[in-house]
Ligand binder design. Sequence first.
Ligand code: NAP
Length: 266
Amino acid sequence: MTANRPLALVTGGSSGIGFQLAARLAERGHDVAISGQSERVHDAAKELEELGVEAYPFRADAATFDGVEAFWRFVADLGRPINVACLNVGIGVGGAFADTDLDDELRMIAINCAGTVHMAKRVVRAMLDQGPDQGDRRILVVSSVSATTPTPYEPVYGPTKAFGFSFAESIREELREDGITVTALLPGATDSEFHANAGMGDTVFGDNSWKNDRTEVARHGIEALFAGDDHVVGGDEATKQQVVDHRSMSEPEKAARQGAMARPQR
Ligand SMILES: NC(=O)c1ccc[n+]([C@@H]2O[C@H](COP(=O)([O-])OP(=O)(O)OC[C@H]3O[C@@H](n4cnc5c(N)ncnc54)[C@H](OP(=O)(O)O)[C@@H]3O)[C@@H](O)[C@H]2O)c1
């Protein structure tokens, strides 16, 4: 019996923060449709079903138009209202700009920026069409604390996250009178595979032990989503203070601080 439960979609829901977002939604009684790039999206769905909901896994590459569209069609074909959409999938590319690979950075822009816009377009129109009588209509865009500072040694990643933050705040205002909420989640450094996948194992970010707990980060995001907040910083007090500090620091000061942490240590 699934029809009475609300439905949420989570991009990049097979591991990391995305999996935790899906788990928090499942705990709140949502069926969840999750995407991932690898086979493990199916194991992740089985784990989510242990929380007593239906989970719908879909494997697709979020770097391609066809991959994003295929996950969207998969969700739309469930034939149910979409109550929550977490636009979470994102990757990083670490290293000095002179050294990093252009194709890697263009792929990151495709996932973090183009893919987010693509999925948001489908979700927003579907939520407007379904109207207010079929439950919540809430969107979470996963940005980053990196949206609030220059990000030397991840010089393209930070701008992709600033894009997501501004995009979320912009469509939030447009959709306000329609009753659709849009919330940006700005995690600080979080214990996931993210920095290893970004090739940042030889930086301060290579060590997961000091980072924020992904379960907590996701909880902050989901609480803000249901409170209808415009944005929330995901992480501990020091992470929240970092964003407060960023408001009063100059861009060069922030760049120097961030660069010292993200610089390869070899
Ligand atoms: N971790 C941090 O410190 C941190 C800080 C601030 C913001 N964020 C943001 O939080 C979000 C989630 O990051 P995370 O830390 O959870 O990263 P993660 O541990 O690397 O997880 C990435 C998730 O995205 C999926 N994925 C990666 N590339 C994909 C692709 N091309 N197509 C489809 N799915 C793909 C992975 O699927 P598979 O496992 O199936 O490959 C996995 O489910 C990102 O937007 C990131 O920018 C992270």
